[in-house]
Structures are given as C-alpha cells and as structure tokens.
Write a protein that binds this ligand. Structure first.
Ligand code: PRX
Length: 594
C-alpha cells in the first residue's frame, strides 16, 4: 500500500483485468460448463448462462463498445433493469478498461442526468423497459428526457427486453441486437493498473449533488474476493443470491464481482419481491437451490408482515448462510429471519459497509470462524479492519456509550476519491477527525467489544435501505415552481426503517392544498424517482434556522416526532418552531378527520 493521507493506492504496479478474473480464469477449469448466472424475469421467463456462455457474451459486448469508440478510461453509463445484460455490460466495460457507472433503474430523469453529466459518459446503455409489479418501467423515455441536458453522450445502446415501443433517435440510438450481429467473439482483456478505476458509483451525501465514488480495480477485487470467502464462506459450488439491485454498491460487489471471482453461481431476479404473490422469493430459493441469501432488514420486516404461510409452502433446506445489509436490523426481525427462513440452522451475517468502503467491513465471518451471534449486532470488524467508536473529540467511547464510527487505517476496498472532486473527498471523510475515516454512522461497542450500528449521524436517510440525502430531495422540491424553500426529515417506520417528510414554504400567490401536495410528490418522483416519494408534505410559513441560515432539521424532526427539542440557542426565530408544530398538527388532524 502507498499511503499518502488521505489517498491510498493498493498493489501499486500490479496489472490485472477484472473481467479476466471473473470470467476467463474459469475457462480453464470444470467451471467452464457450470452455471454462472440464473436469471428470472418478473413475468416468469428465465435464462441460464454457463461460464462459457458468459465469457462469450462479455467478449461480444466488449467488441461492440470498442467499435463504438469506447477506450480505456472512457466512462459508460448503464441504466438497465435487472436483466443479464447488466452484469454482462459491466464486465464488458471492465474488459476494455472503461469504468462503468451504473445508475439505479428506479432513479428518474434528474437523478440520471446529474450522474451522466458528472461522469461525462460517452455511451448510455438502457432498455426498452423492465418489469416491475407487472408494469413496464419506461427507461428509454427517461433517458431521452435526461439526455436533453447532457452533452457528452455520443451513442445510446438499447436492449430489447419488453418489446414496448420506444423512440429511437436517428444517428444516436442503436439496438443491441443489431450491434450483436457484427460482434466479435474475442476481445483481448486490457491490462489495467491495480489503481485504475474499475467503476464510479454515485451515492448521496449531505449536499444536493451526489458523490461519484471511485473504486480501484486491484484493491477492490482483492478485498471483495477475501471478504466473501470469510463472511459468506462462498465456494465454487455456492448458489449465491443477493436481492439488492445492481444499481447499488451491494449489487456491484455481491452480484457481480465477488461471487463470479469465486466461480459461484449467481441468481438475478428482475422484479418486485412480492409479485405476483408474497412467496415469489421463497419459490426462487427453492427453484435454484440457493445456498447463500443476502437481503435487507426492510425486506425481512415486510415478509414478517405477510406471515409464515407463504414460506411454509417452500423447501428452503438448501440455505446455509443468511445475510443482512443496508440498515440496522432490529432483534425481532433478526430472530424471525433466523428461525423462519434459516429454520434455526443458518448463521446470520449482519454486514456493515458502505458504497465508500467498497466491501464488507464489520460482520460475523463463518468462513474463518464464527463468534457467538447477538441479534442486532454486526459483531466484530473483519481481519485488517481497524474500526472504533469515538466521541465528539475523537476519543474512544466507553462500552455502552454511543459515538461515531471511524476506521483508523486504510483498507484495500477503500474509495480512491470522489470523482472530479478530491477536496470534497478530503472534507467529507477525513476532516472531522484528522487521520481517521469518518463513516457518518452512530455506533456503540458493548462490554465484549461487539459493534452495534445505530443509524446515520448526518443528513442522509435510509429509505428501505436505499441511501438518499435530504439535500437531494430538498433540491428537487424547490425546483417545483410553487416552492421557495424546503426541509426534509426522516421519520422512523416499522417496515422501511424511515420514511420521508417534507416541510415546504410556498411562494407568494400559491395556496396550500392537497392537490398541490400531490403535485409536488409527483414532481419528486419525476426528478429523483419513486424511492424518494415522501409520505407527506407539510406547508409552513417559515423553517427553523440557525443565525447563519442553516436549516435546523433536528428541530423539525423533534417537533414532528414529538421528542425533546434540545438546545435552541443558535435558533434565529423561535416562531418558526411553532409554525412547524402548527402545520404538522393541522395536517394530522385533517388526516384523522378523514
Ligand atoms: O448507515 C449505514 C447503513 O448504510 C450506510 C451505507 O449505505 P450505502 O452506501 O447505500 O451502502 C449500503 C450497503 C453496503 C451505512 O453508512 N448500513 C449498511 N449496512 C448496515 C448499515 N447499518 C446498520 N447495519 C448494517 N449492517
């Protein structure tokens, strides 16, 4: 490691290629003819690719990209549903040394345009749609809208998934199946430096502009390969199913790079978890004999509500390890997961990590030795991870005391920087405590040194495990012509972990009404996507602010949740607190009256 604080470079001078490691290496072994990918579409269609077939496809797709002029270092944006073409394109990009930026297909026009613009992608890959709850997501339409504000994109490759009619822009848009007719069966994998970026993935922070997290090739792969062996005990005969969308970091590591580097079989499912019935997931586990299952606490809580009858119908005896990620799992959900899904036989690995960490950092590790589990605790940091919990001054907290989670030393999966913004990288992660990586999470260690994660310590929300910054939602809200200013807070939710509440000040001449509230909701869905749909919008005349003009979200939150408001000495105008309270109560009464 070359450590130039706060920039770390791993395996400097090493050359490799990620698609070679995930695909080509298996061509020389029995794995050539085993299943690499089981894919199940929402309508019930399916596709299976052996490693040899995956190899062929990755090469063909790589040749297409090359012919379109994509070279080493060029960025390619992938805006696709959960179909085999998504991992294939990721590996094809890796093969030619072009970093990919996957944009979650649940994001909408504004979110997509921001990311494509920031990364200056040359190519966007999308589809004529994807299935979600029986409906078709109009991805191509969203791309067409988004590209109106993007200059860098030269070509759009369109995958035919649904057969829905889409507009094809002459000279810009190309069907994948047309391009494949001219594709070549072999493209030499481009040797890249260990420290060349494998991908850039955007995540929300505390400003409206998402951060492009840059991951290296060598460090990222070594780290993930190791962690999946230790945490999941993954083997070449594992059938690994991570239910996350590839659009999040969990999907990058857990669907594509780690399991394929181990030569395991992955399961990819396109649609909604409970469609057409609440046993869709359990039927998939039974059908493909899934051995390792990795999901989110929100999903577990949702299935708890549906009841056990949906699970009992299915043979889940193939399961060996169960994983949880993305948000704290409450002990009740943990125990239910352990007993009902794992039938008391499978360890639960509650894995703490982030887009920035690239891979799992704190988790039980049955692959190297299982410690006694405590429901709700992520147990201990993994080998090589020097994690701690510190107070405001950076001193280690005593057992049982809540503090901030920090990492004391770099690790191979650590982000390299924020794309195009090294200053923001330094400021966000390394300025709070010089020399320590600041994760932005509250945590606590108990008497035995077990770590307990206690939620975000910044303005980042976790909605059903999806990470969305309050600032990103606020900037979408104020784009609406009726709104001057807005504040967003998260409200605890028994299933999703958190839901979104918006407090908005209207412009002169606009009347607060349920119609306007639903208009603003639709606007947010259009700009960011359905994940950011608020539970409610409250219209207020003012917002509590500090004298320097910063919105005090914690005050709004305290009012809305009816918890103690705390220190108000920096508040500029006390009337605003009453205003928020009044708006909130009026709305609640109106709802109760219905
Ligand atoms: O707050 C923590 C929470 O998810 C955040 C990272 O979100 P993202 O970058 O989207 O990556 C999610 C999946 C890797 C963290 O800062 N988080 C993640 N895993 C856990 C968790 N909170 C509690 N327990 C976990 N196991």
């Amino acid at each position: 490691m070359e450590w130039n604080p706060p920039f770390a470079r791993w395996f400097v001078g090493g050359k490799l290629n990620a698609s070679y490691i995930c695909v080509d290496v298996h061509m020389r072994s029995w794995r050539r003819n085993k299943v690499a990918l089981y894919w199940e579409g929402e309508p019930g269609d399916s596709r299976t690719l052996s490693y040899a077939e995956l190899y062929r496809e990755v090469n063909r797709y790589a040749s297409i990209l090359k012919k379109l002029g994509v070279g080493k270092g060029d960025r390619v944006a992938l805006y696709l549903p959960m179909i085999p073409e998504l991992p294939i394109f990721m590996l094809a990009c890796a093969r030619i040394g072009a970093p990919h930026t996957v944009v979650f297909s649940g994001f909408s026009t504004g979110a997509l345009a921001d990311r494509v613009n920031d990364v200056e992608a040359k190519i966007v890959v999308t589809a004529d749609g994807g299935y979600r709850r029986g409906k078709i997501l109009p991805l191509k339409k969203t791309v067409d809208e988004a590209l109106k504000t993007v200059k860098s994109v030269e070509k759009v490759i369109v995958v035919k998934r649904t057969g829905a009619e889409v507009h094809m822009e002459e000279g810009r848009d190309l069907w994948l199946h047309d391009l494949l007719r001219e594709a070549e069966n072999y493209v030499r994998p481009e040797p890249v430096d260990s420290t060349d970026p494998l991908y850039i993935l955007y995540t929300s922070g505390t400003t409206g502009k998402p951060k492009g997290i840059v991951h290296s090739t060598g460090g990222y792969l070594v780290f993930n390969h190791s962690m999946y062996q230790w945490v999941f005990n993954i083997k070449e005969d594992s059938v690994y199913w991570c239910t996350a969308d590839v659009g999040w970091v969990t999907g990058h590591s857990s669907i594509v790079y780690a399991p394929l580097s181990h030569g395991a079989s992955i399961v990819v499912y396109e649609g909604a978890p409970d469609y057409p019935a609440p046993d869709r997931w359990w039927s998939i586990i039974e059908k493909y004999r899934v051995t390792i299952f990795y999901t989110s606490p929100t999903a577990v809580r949702m299935f708890m509500r549906y009841g056990e009858q949906w699970i009992e119908k299915h043979d889940l005896s193939s399961l060996q390890v169960l994983g949880s990620v993305g948000e704290p799992i409450n002990p009740e959900a943990w125990l239910w997961y352990f007993e009902k899904i794992g039938r008391g036989r499978c360890p639960i690995v509650d894995t703490w990590w982030q887009t920035e960490t690239g891979g799992i950092m704190i988790s039980p590790a049955p692959g190297v030795g299982l410690v006694p589990l405590k429901p709700g605790s992520v147990t201990y940091p993994l080998p090589g991870i020097d994690a701690d919990v510190v107070d405001e001054e950076g001193r280690p907290c005593k057992p049982g005391v809540r503090g901030y989670l920090v990492i004391r030393r770099p690790w191979p999966g650590m982000l390299m920087t924020i794309y195009g913004n090294p200053e923001r990288y330094k400021k966000t992660y390394w300025s709070r405590y010089p020399g320590l990586y600041f994760a932005g999470d509250y945590a606590m260690k108990d008497e035995e040194g077990y770590f307990w994660l206690l939620g975000r310590a910044d303005e980042v929300l976790k909605i059903a495990g999806h990470r969305i910054g309050t600032a990103e939602i606020e900037s979408a809200v104020v784009e609406h012509p009726a709104v001057v200013e807005a504040a967003v807070i998260g409200k605890p939710d028994p299933v999703k972990g958190e839901t979104i509440l918006v407090f908005a000040i209207l412009k002169e001449g606009y009347e607060a009404s349920p119609k306007l509230a639903s208009e603003i909701k639709n606007h947010i869905r259009k700009v960011i996507g359905p994940v950011a749909t608020p539970e409610a919008i409250y219209f207020v005349r003012s917002l509590p602010k500090t004298r320097s003009g910063k919105i005090m979200r914690r005050v709004i939150k305290a009012v809305a949740l009816n918890t103690p408001i705390g220190d108000l000495s920096t508040l500029e105008d006390e009337a605003s607190v009453e205003d928020v309270r009044k708006a909130y109560e009026e709305f609640r009464k109106a709802m109760e009256g219905k």
